[in-house]
Write a protein that binds this ligand. Structure first.
Ligand code: A2P
Length: 270
């Protein structure tokens, strides 16, 4: 592993690889999260919208590791904007999870999924103020956003007190988001990489297969390691134990020359 943790600007540390649970149904979430915990993951990422918080929480509560040694992220649904609405949704999340605080709470997206691109600046600012309150009350250790571009981050920076500690975005070989990454770096915002395998679509790319062979690793490992090399925090997701283990075995380094080659690869989804 490159480093064990990233540190937010408030000093809170977050384990440098997280177990993503997007698209893991509630029925499978208990087993998947238990497998992840058993295999050394201490950082679990969920969201109210994933509809699996209940079994994610059950797995965490029933596992031997003490709550304070596990880092839990959840998210305010993209459709919910506003101060009171945010406080309500947060309560629903911690009730579902069965915990009394969150380590990280994110605004899931700057606009509702059904109306992407809509200007929700005022709603996002109001939601952020509610998150600041929850943070100041000690209910959340760190607060951030997800799927935010610079234009969405700027009003929060201009109108609110707390700079987001994290921005969780899609990031994988082929989707470098350079400008956004550099903006986040300038503001000390940790970038979390969701879909580090482009939901599986990078796995068949011949260039990646060839390079992975050279390092004697799998394409998944190369792709997840790439996120770390780019100073982003990967959140790989799998429901298979062998893959859950594999995705965390990242003790190798990609050379600068190969990073440059990977940076030239075009987005598999374009
Ligand atoms: P599964 O859950 O059946 O293991 P992403 O993290 O980019 O969202 O990608 C998740 C997808 O990649 C899922 O379909 C997952 O399938 C698959 N996946 C995760 N880890 C691996 C791996 N190490 N090897 C092959 N496929 C993987």
């Amino acid at each position: 592993m490159k480093k064990d943790t990233f540190t937010f600007h408030n000093g809170v540390k977050i384990p440098s690889i997280g177990f993503g649970t997007w698209q893991i149904p509630n029925e499978e979430a208990y087993d998947s999260v238990t497998m992840a915990l058993k295999n050394g993951y201490t950082h679990i990422d969920t969201a109210l919208a994933y509809k699996n918080e209940e079994n994610v929480g059950k797995a965490i509560r029933e596992f031997a590791t003490p709550r304070e040694d596990i880092f839990i992220t959840s998210k305010l649904p993209a459709e919910i904007k506003g101060y009171d609405e945010t406080l309500e949704a947060f309560n629903e999340t911690i009730t579902n999870l069965g915990v009394d605080y969150l380590d990280l709470y994110l605004i899931h997206a700057p606009w509702p999924w059904s109306d992407q691109g809509k200007d929700c600046t005022e709603g996002n600012v109001q939601s952020w103020k509610a998150m600041e309150k929850l943070y100041n009350d000690g209910k959340i250790k760190a607060i951030g956003v997800s799927n935010f571009q610079i234009e969405h981050l700027q009003p929060i920076l201009d109108e609110c007190d707390i700079v987001p500690m994290a921005n969780q975005i899609p990031f994988y070989v082929g989707k470098d988001q350079e400008e956004l990454l550099s903006f986040c770096k300038d503001h000390d915002i940790v970038v979390e990489a969701y879909s580090p395998l482009a939901t599986g679509q990078v796995l068949d790319m011949p260039e990646l297969k060839e390079m992975a062979e050279k390092y004697d690793v799998t394409v998944a490992q190369l792709s997840i390691r790439y996120c770390l090399e780019k100073d982003t925090l990967p959140l790989p997701k799998s429901t298979h134990e062998s893959r859950i283990i594999e995705n965390k075995q990242l003790d190798f380094e990609i050379s600068d020359k190969d990073i440059k080659i990977l940076e030239q690869i075009r987005d598999v989804r374009d």
